[in-house]
Design a protein. Structure first.
Length: 400
């Protein structure tokens, strides 16, 4: 669909798509983001993901850059079910989604941690005929201003925004989403005959039976970490974190279950593994998902992603922490093999975890610094510069 509007046209608006426009956009994104599915299955997945807790009740909002139309959804209203005639079809010049996420902020020198909301920007897409014309930049500029206005009007409503760039660091940085650490450890899937730690008494699977307890404990530990300070060397940065809550986990598990059921005919019931110290009962755990981007035709693209890694007791010895990570990662690698995934990736491990895992040469872990894909990026709407922001718990559960 042609459009005579230029990116700097004052008449362009940021709007919510109506039903027809949303389906049209999903249809356009299918070749890029759902090629392992038939189109009808891809559309069914997108609709199903609107029903999970993180997305429903206004948690997700779709946005388009377009021209005003009397028959269109308004820039502030919801999705319209009104059918558009051929004369009233608006151009979708660029599109994206935002997901509202529970988050924490702690200002330097303040003893308390504030509960706020952050907004994850996802699914930024421009129809091929409108690319390289500046429409995506115009849309994101207007979206950023909208979120900034929301935060100014009601502090804590949009404290910051995150996104995950697959086009390098420069484009989004120019729009004030600054790139942060984007690295991961990658380990190959277990090969047939590799020993599994799943039968060891100090490692148990994470299932629906114990998941919520661990997620609640993680939130408690994260709040304590955010509030803690070194009296001799207090932080001068604002700390921010997105909460790794059950809504996030369920959203990822819903994606995982849909993909696994379609490609393999079954849905996972194991969501990670937890190591329990025989000496004092403290725990180390990892929560993961299987992402079958390559389906059964290209399993090299299928990955087990560790969504969240937690060490309950930071004073655990290096020797025992190594034992814990070995046991957990052995389970993850076997899971990767059994679910047709080629590798296990752990995003942004802390320096100690990275050092200990890399030292275990038989695990064949490699440390990768990403420069082009999944670049974790943050835009700060509070006082001061984003350069004075410390992003705590920057792990894959935040991805959207």
């Amino acid at each position: 669909m042609a459009s005579s509007a230029t990116p700097d046209d004052a008449g362009l608006v940021l709007a919510h798509p109506n039903d027809d426009e949303q389906v049209r956009t999903w249809t356009h994104t299918h070749p890029s983001w759902g090629p392992s599915y038939p189109l009808d299955v891809y559309l069914a997945r997108e609709r199903e993901l609107l029903t999970v807790p993180l997305a429903r009740d206004g948690g997700i909002r779709q946005w388009i850059l377009t021209t005003p139309s009397p028959a269109s959804a308004s820039a502030t209203g919801g999705t319209s079910s009104e059918s558009s005639s051929s004369n009233n079809i608006r151009p979708v010049l660029s599109s994206c989604e935002t997901l509202r996420k529970r988050a924490l902020v702690r200002s330097p020198g303040q003893p308390t941690v504030r509960d706020v909301h952050a907004h994850g920007v996802a699914s930024v897409f421009t129809y091929p005929e409108f690319r390289r014309k500046g429409y995506a930049a115009r849309m994101l500029d207007q979206l950023g201003k909208k979120l900034a206005d929301d935060e100014a009007r009601q502090p804590g409503d949009a404290a910051f925004s995150v996104l995950f760039s697959d086009i390098g660091k420069k484009f989004y940085a120019a729009l004030d989403w600054a790139p942060f650490e984007s690295s991961h450890l990658t380990l190959p899937a277990a090969v047939s005959g590799d020993a599994s730690a799943s039968a060891r008494g100090d490692v148990t699977p994470i299932t629906d039976d114990n998941l919520e307890l661990l997620v609640a404990l993680d939130e408690k530990l994260l709040r304590e970490r955010m509030a803690a300070d070194d009296d001799a060397n207090p932080t001068t940065k604002t700390r921010v974190a997105i909460l790794p809550d059950m809504d996030h986990m369920r959203w990822h598990f819903a994606r995982e279950a849909f993909m696994s059921t379609h490609h393999l005919g079954r849905a996972p019931t194991v969501h990670g593994a937890v190591y329990t110290s025989p000496s004092n009962g403290s725990r180390v755990w990892a929560i993961w998902v299987r992402v079958h981007s390559g389906g059964t035709m290209n399993p090299a693209k299928n990955v087990v992603y560790i969504q969240r890694s937690v060490v309950e007791n930071s004073s655990i010895s290096d020797a025992e922490l190594s034992q814990a990570w070995r046991a957990i990662l052995e389970v993850a690698r076997v899971e990767a093999r059994e679910w047709m995934c080629s590798r296990v990736d752990m995003w942004n491990p802390d320096e100690r975890t990275k050092r200990l895992i890399v030292q275990m040469e038989d695990l064949k872990a490699q440390y990768v610094v990403r420069e082009e894909d999944s670049i974790t990026s943050l835009r700060w709407f509070g006082d001061g510069s984003v350069q004075r922001v410390e992003w705590v718990a920057n792990e894959r559960y935040e991805w959207c």
